[in-house]
Design a protein around this ligand. Structure first.
Ligand SMILES: [Fe+2]
Ligand SMILES: [Fe+2]
Length: 229
């Protein structure tokens, strides 16, 4: 769903670009520090497809994330006075609903149920507690759309080679939507972050996500690594 944003003409403010560069630097550093602890994404390792159990674990997390995105974004709508942001977030909920539906179908085809899966506490802190309690549009879009969506795209790129082909195909269908969510974040932040305080708040929320996300992904990687590849 991209009808309200034209990627060809989309531009965003220098402070947003600076936040994204800072996020990328943080993630590169975390990846290096975590390299010895990774269950995947080591560039020298040959890409063996994961076993069913590991695919189910990863897919359960992805399906949970899409489901939670529907919940926290729909909660945000109750306090979004910026009407252009409101309409874009409605489109985003429709996308996240599709993503949830498609991934949940894969999960069911593998004989698993989301209801049987428990997120790690570090994942709950990041996804449900942090995203779910952000107070305004600037904080929410800096945290989830700018930091969270770019992290999701990055993470999928590193994991894709280990997934079954049909699931890779679904993820390739999802990624353009996540890019749209990232672009809508850039657009809305560029428009509504006017003062230095607002820009600093956007940066602080995006960097907090990078911290929470790194902590959660490290814990999740340890869980994945304990499952036979
Ligand atoms: Fe999604
Ligand atoms: Fe998204």
């Amino acid at each position: 769903m991209t009808s309200l944003l034209n990627s060809d003409t989309d531009t965003w403010a220098p402070f947003v670009q600076a936040i994204e560069a800072e996020l990328n630097a943080h993630r590169d550093r975390a990846l290096l520090e975590d390299a010895g602890d990774q269950a995947f994404a080591t560039s020298h390792a040959p890409c063996q497809p994961w076993c069913r159990e590991r695919v189910v674990e990863w897919l359960s997390f992805q399906t949970y994330y899409e489901y939670q995105a529907i919940l926290f974004i729909s909660k945000w709508l109750q306090s979004t006075p910026e009407l252009d942001a409101l309409v874009l977030l409605c489109q985003q909920i429709e996308d996240e609903g599709n993503h949830f539906y498609w991934l949940n179908q894969h999960l069911e085809q593998l004989g698993a149920k989301l209801a049987d899966w428990q997120p790690l506490p570090e994942i709950v802190d990041w996804v449900e507690t942090y995203y779910g309690n952000l107070p305004d549009t600037i904080s929410r879009l800096a945290a989830h759309n700018l930091a969270g969506e770019s992290g999701a795209c990055r993470s999928f790129a590193s994991i894709a080679p280990f997934l079954p082909e049909d699931l890779q195909k679904t993820m390739r269908r999802i990624m353009p939507d996540e890019q749209f969510h990232l672009r809508l974040g850039r657009r809305i932040l560029s428009k509504y972050c006017v003062t230095d305080e607002q820009k600093a708040r956007a940066r602080q929320c995006a960097l907090e996500v990078s911290r929470l996300e790194t902590r959660a992904i490290q814990a999740f990687n340890r869980k994945l690594a304990a499952i036979a590849p």
